[in-house]
Write a protein that binds this ligand. Structure first.
Ligand SMILES: Nc1ncnc2c1ncn2[C@@H]1O[C@H](COP(=O)(O)OP(=O)(O)OP(=O)(O)O)[C@@H](O)[C@H]1O
Ligand SMILES: [Mg+2]
Length: 154
């Protein structure tokens, strides 16, 4: 069963990212969907910060992917908005990123359909009453376990 979270302001997005970060593990694939400005990068930024990255988190809009080496291991933050064709992922070495042992946060996964691993967790953000609504769905056993913890922890 998907879970829904209300995030009334940017601070709530940050807090949710911090809570989620505490449950993430190496090798998990998290998809973040939603329209322009829905808060996908804000959420990733909160996660990456909470996982120990001290500086600002750059949006990988032009680079497609930013790499972080954190306590958890490699964390890859993708923004596939500018990907014209899922095959382009091959050119940036897509396969090397999806090695099953790195945490992958993927914004705009719709642009990489067919070239991405299945998500463990699919997060969908939408604008709601000035704030944001987040729908979280699990698509694997690990994802379901995480969602269960998420529903308990908060
Ligand atoms: N819960 C929230 N309520 C209101 N504003 C929010 C919330 N979460 C984030 N924001 C704000 O939304 C704006 C857009 O956020 P962000 O850049 O993270 O969106 P995005 O989904 O990554 O967009 P894009 O697809 O264009 O990269 C930011 O100014 C951010 O502070
Ligand atoms: Mg973004």
């Amino acid at each position: 069963m998907p879970l829904t979270f209300e995030l009334p302001d940017a601070k709530a997005t940050r807090a949710f990212g911090q809570r989620l970060a505490g449950l993430l593990e190496p090798g998990l694939v998290v998809h973040l969907s939603g329209p322009l400005g829905a808060g996908k990068t804000s959420l990733c930024s909160a996660i990456i910060g909470a996982l120990g990255h001290p500086g600002p988190v750059k949006s990988p809009t032009y680079t497609l992917v930013e790499t972080y080496l954190l306590n958890l291991g490699n964390v890859y933050h993708f923004d596939l908005y500018r990907l014209a064709d899922p095959e382009e992922l091959e050119w940036i070495g897509g396969r090397d990123y999806f090695d099953g042992s790195s945490l992958c946060l993927i914004e705009w996964p719709e642009h990489g359909t067919g070239a991405l691993p299945r998500p463990d967790l699919a997060l969908e953000l939408s604008v709601a009453d000035g704030g944001r609504r987040l729908r979280a769905a699990a698509a694997s056993t690990r994802g379901r376990a995480l969602l269960e913890q998420l529903s308990e922890a908060g």
